[in-house]
Design a protein around this ligand. Structure first.
Ligand SMILES: Nc1ncnc2c1ncn2[C@@H]1O[C@H](COP(=O)(O)OP(=O)(O)OP(=O)(O)O)[C@@H](O)[C@H]1O
Ligand SMILES: [Mg+2]
Length: 241
């Protein structure tokens, strides 16, 4: 059984169809990428899976349980967590305090403190445990976002453009973090515009365009798919080149 199953999901904002009958499945331990042009519906897909939006049609199953219509905090407690395209720091909190707060989602205080320390190590922020949150670099803030998701008890993590704004070196550090977490059993669904990251990290890729899924496959299959190149990769390559 897939860890996440999205069935024929439709989300409309007024007359705008942001998601149009999108279906996909994510296997436990996999990294699935979601790509597509700006406005394709990627963030809306994440918001709808994680309970921030209620879909007009379709269903979302996590570990076989139907979760669409549940509130985000309920879904989070079940182990499905999203990060945000723009990092959402807790104002005035150090990384340690942030992660303790996140861990209190599922743990009592003493264990939350211990878990927060472990997660700081996992995401490479142990040395910055007591820094003021506002002093963190973008890369550290992004690592902290991933840490937050893990500290809440998340097992399926939805990463929305976690590489955006990072230097090549920082992106490589983030890629190894995601790989390491995958090796520890975490599952990821990630939206990313940086193509080499998607191609390198993902087991499978889903392509959205105008709210519709236009392709799905392995990185190799997607890289050679003409519809995808026309809709997206060509444009990205042109920008990159
Ligand atoms: N809360 C909202 N209310 C109304 N329209 C929305 C809302 N959220 C998204 N939309 C619209 O839905 C469409 C899909 O937006 P979405 O943010 O999901 O795209 P995206 O693929 O994440 O784009 P980007 O790559 O720029 O982040 C866009 O046309 C957007 O303007
Ligand atoms: Mg988006």
């Amino acid at each position: 059984m897939a860890l996440l199953k999205v069935e024929c999901l439709t989300k409309r904002f007024g007359g705008l169809v942001a998601l149009d009958r999108v279906s996909l499945e994510v296997e436990e331990g996999h990294i699935m990428g979601v790509i597509g042009p700006n406005g394709a519906g990627k963030t809306t897909l994440f918001g709808t899976i994680s309970g921030f939006h209620k879909p007009q049609e379709g269903a979302v199953y996590f570990r076989g349980r139907r979760i669409d219509g549940l509130k985000p905090h309920r879904i989070c407690k079940m182990g499905l967590v999203r990060t945000f395209q723009i990092a959402q720091p807790f104002p005035g909190f150090t990384p340690l305090e942030t992660l303790v707060t996140a861990a209190l989602n599922t743990l009592p205080l003493a264990r939350a403190r211990k878990r927060a320390r472990e997660v700081l190590e996992m995401v490479g922020l142990a040395e910055k445990a007591q820094e003021e949150g506002g002093n963190l670099t973008i890369a550290d803030q992004k690592a902290l976002e991933v840490g937050k998701a893990i500290a809440t008890g998340g097992r399926l993590i939805l990463l929305d453009e976690v590489m955006a704004g990072l230097t090549v070196l920082e992106a490589q550090t983030m890629m190894s973090l995601v790989k390491r977490l995958q090796a520890q059993g975490f599952t990821f669904l990630m939206v990313e515009h940086v193509m080499y990251v998607i191609m390198k990290l993902c087991d499978r890729i889903v392509v959205l365009n105008f709210g519709q899924k236009i392709a799905e496959g392995t990185p190799g299959e997607i890289a050679g798919n003409k519809t995808v190149i026309d809709a997206y990769i060509g444009e990205e390559a042109a920008v990159a080149g």
